[in-house]
Design a protein around this ligand. Structure first.
Ligand SMILES: [Zn+2]
Ligand SMILES: [Zn+2]
Length: 323
């Protein structure tokens, strides 16, 4: 993991993962840049976590930040979300200072996308966040929120009693949980319009399209290939999508001694393979495809497989990359 964000460009065809120094990386990126629109001065996408349920140290749990006009919008809060945001802030993206994390959109309620929720609720508060968190997500997010608040009742009481360090700003741990209920525009302010679209996962799940002043950004969450994702993108600037290689799926041992084929059957219904993503992206036609929440035998294997199936621009996302 690098300690500072690197700033990508929508003109980069393939971001090679093997360069070891900043100079080498810059050379690799420069060599791979295609003629493209100038790098955007406005919105930034910061990959806070590109990981999976596997606790890989250099890939935090799924979390993505979209920063517009110095305001951060999070999508999902996997484990490590606040520490990655803090690292991005230290690297110069002030909107990701923990106390400024105030808006989040959840794709679905699987634990790998939400176990950073308590961290997001409470850590920024202890550091001085004074405003409630605004969270948007599928049905169930309100109950998850109230249960978490209740689970930390002793903490809240001691921080807000006569001795409590947070007693003068008790609202900083509160959450306004908005259950979006259906696809459509779920949020709008001066910076962004956020449109939810239904995806195909094991529970109620949504992807989100962010329309910012300079770019359209679509993020899939966990999903089987979905026409709704294609429709949400339709030539969008950036599509951020989950993926796994078929070789990884074939080699994956069943967790917990589950019967053979258990995960494969789940994955075939609810996740996306490289050939499926290539087909989807060839219809959706994003200017840049960012792979996240990916599984492969090695990074090289994922890159090789993608290049075999997909002729468009793509990058393999890494934690703290920014685009
Ligand atoms: Zn999931
Ligand atoms: Zn997931």
């Amino acid at each position: 993991m690098r300690s500072t964000p690197s700033f990508g460009s929508a003109g980069v065809k393939i971001l090679t993962t093997g360069c070891l120094t900043l100079v080498a990386c810059a050379a690799v990126i420069a060599a791979q840049q295609q003629p493209a629109r100038p790098a955007t001065a406005g919105s930034k996408i910061v990959l806070l976590g590109t990981g999976t349920p596997a606790p890989t140290p250099d890939r935090s749990g799924p979390a993505t930040a979209i920063v517009v006009n110095d305001t951060a919008y999070l999508v999902d809060f996997g484990p490590g979300v606040v520490r990655r945001a803090s690292a991005a802030a230290a690297g110069g993206i002030a909107a990701l200072q923990p106390t400024r994390l105030q808006r989040a959109f959840v794709t679905h309620l699987h634990s790998d996308h939400t176990v950073g929720y308590a961290d997001l609720i409470f850590t920024p508060w202890t550091l001085g966040r004074r405003m409630p968190l605004e969270v948007y997500g599928p049905r169930g997010i309100a109950a998850m929120t109230s249960h978490l608040i209740e689970a930390y009742r002793v903490d809240i009481d001691t921080r807000t009693n006569a001795d409590g360090n947070q007693r003068t700003f008790p609202d900083g741990h509160k959450v306004n949980a908005h259950e979006i209920g259906a696809a459509g525009v779920v949020y709008k302010d001066a910076n962004v319009t956020v449109t939810a679209f239904a995806t195909k996962h094991a529970m109620e799940s949504y992807g989100y399209r962010f329309d910012t002043p300079d770019r359209s950004i679509v993020i899939s969450g966990d999903t089987n290939p979905a026409q709704s994702t294609i429709d949400a993108c339709r030539g969008c600037d950036v599509l951020i999508h989950e993926v796994h290689t078929e070789a990884w799926l074939a080699a994956r041992p069943e967790a917990g001694g589950a019967p053979p084929g258990t995960f494969r059957r789940f994955s075939e219904k609810y996740h996306t393979t490289v050939p499926q993503l290539a087909e989807l992206a060839s219809q959706a036609k994003p200017r840049l495809l960012i792979l996240y929440h990916y599984n492969s035998l090695t990074p090289d294997e994922l890159q090789t497989e993608m290049m075999k199936h997909y002729a468009g621009h793509f990058v393999i996302g890494r934690d703290l990359d920014a685009y």
